[in-house]
Design a protein around this ligand. Structure first.
Ligand code: V47
Ligand code: SF4
Length: 379
């Protein structure tokens, strides 16, 4: 691929990308501040196609947020509630079972579980959530709890993070989602989510999870008070742990949705900003196999375009989404597999259903099995 660029500094960074060289912090900030969307997109698409060809991945999943009651008050969050709020809710075991059975009936291979930190609920209650899901439907992969919850469990039980994770794995935990990362820079973090798990804790929990053989995802919340240098620092910190453990599967850039939050005066990121973040992530995270354009957050159209700007995954059917809808998202709460297929095909890509661990899903009526890992699908 040849790219015509007049700015010699940008030209040098583009050459590094085209030669497969790693980008530095300064390269990242330069791209973030000076590169136009077209250049970012061309470069990111080259990397994306080298890694994932023309394939675009999705999964059949279902979301579950067992409670919205939360001890923390992150300023960007519209989902949380106080115990006495009218909108406060907590799932019972029967409600958990119903949700899992709904997922099974829809062919879900994964259940995605995150929620608030309920100060009246013990670690056993959270452990029971995983156990009930697993016992109801052992074939569904449970991707649950972020380092924010894990460090809370460690705090309330006075047990080490490793012990907490081991208990959860024994109950049925399969992997961890990418949430709670926000922005790692300590000063920014203090302003948007002061009391919850800090960045060192976030990394320690993922490192421990990877050591135990769990795979996990990572996210970044952008479009609030952060600057280019904070975004690039965030991506480089992730890249550094990935060099050490190779435990991350996919990275998901998340745009701040301001409605009903304490930061509601900040305008929501537009489509250009969203695509720039997808492309920058692809360029900086050279050791991540996948970049996810989470359609719920981006909207179907931007997610579709993102498949040409570095993303190779659009997440899944989802079905029940609260975190973004409480914060004003206008997307549907879920999509059918047929809709996901159409969206991917219209973007010129080939849809491939994956499970949580990026193995190909093979369907036979209502039954499914997993096939080879997706590197083999690509070959
Ligand atoms: O950590 C909360 C973000 C995250 C808002 O791993 C908000 O596959 C924007 O991590 N505007 C949770 N973002 C969601 C998450 C996730 C989503 C999809 C897939 C995966 C995965 C993980 O949502 C939180 C926070 O960064 N968030 N409120 C808001 N108003
Ligand atoms: Fe609680 Fe999570 Fe919302 Fe923060 S983002 S207030 S930890 S539910």
């Amino acid at each position: 691929m040849s790219v015509s660029i007049n700015d010699p500094e940008l030209r040098a960074v583009a050459d590094k990308v085209l030669n497969g060289e790693r980008l530095s912090f300064d390269d990242g900030v330069l791209l973030d501040e000076r590169a136009d969307l077209h250049l970012l997109g061309q470069l990111a698409n080259t990397v994306r196609e080298r890694k994932n060809g023309n394939f675009a991945y999705y999964n059949t999943n279902i979301h579950l947020n067992p409670t919205n009651v939360c001890v923390y008050r992150c300023r960007f969050c519209a989902f949380r509630a106080d115990l006495k709020d009218e909108k406060a809710y907590t799932f019972t075991d029967d409600m958990l079972r119903d949700r899992v059975l709904e997922g099974r009936a829809a062919g879900a291979t994964e259940i995605h579980v995150v929620g608030g930190l309920h100060h009246k609920k013990s670690f056993d209650w959270y452990l029971n959530v995983v156990r009930v899901i697993h016992e109801t439907c052992p074939e569904i992969h449970i991707k649950a709890w972020t380092p924010v919850e894990i460090s809370w469990f460690s705090f309330i039980t006075r047990k080490p993070v490793r012990w907490i994770l081991e208990q959860l794995v024994e109950a049925g935990l399969g992997s961890m989602p990418g949430g709670g990362a926000e922005i790692f820079d300590e000063q920014v973090r203090r302003q948007i989510c002061e009391h919850k798990a800090d960045s060192d804790v976030w990394f320690d929990v993922h490192r421990t999870a990877h050591e135990l053989g769990l795979r996990s995802n990572a996210t970044m919340l952008y479009g609030h008070i952060e600057k280019a240098r904070h975004r690039i620092d965030h991506l480089i910190r992730l890249r550094t742990l990935q060099d050490e453990t190779s435990g991350f599967q996919t990275f998901i850039p998340l745009a701040f949705h301001p409605e009903n939050t304490e930061l509601s005066e900040i305008p929501k990121a537009d489509g250009v900003f969203d695509l720039r973040m997808v492309a920058l992530s692809r360029l900086m995270l050279d050791n991540f196999d996948h970049i996810k354009a989470y359609w719920i957050m981006l909207g179907e159209q931007t997610a579709q375009v993102a498949l040409g700007y570095g993303a190779d995954d659009i997440d899944g059917t989802v079905v029940h989404e609260l975190i973004y809808h409480d914060a004003g998202a206008k997307t549907p709460e879920g999509m059918t597999v047929e809709q996901l297929h159409r969206l991917i095909r219209e973007a010129g890509r080939i849809p491939v259903e994956r499970d949580t661990l990026y193995r190909k899903v093979i369907r036979n009526g209502r039954e499914w099995t997993v096939g080879e890992p997706l590197t083999a699908v690509r070959a």
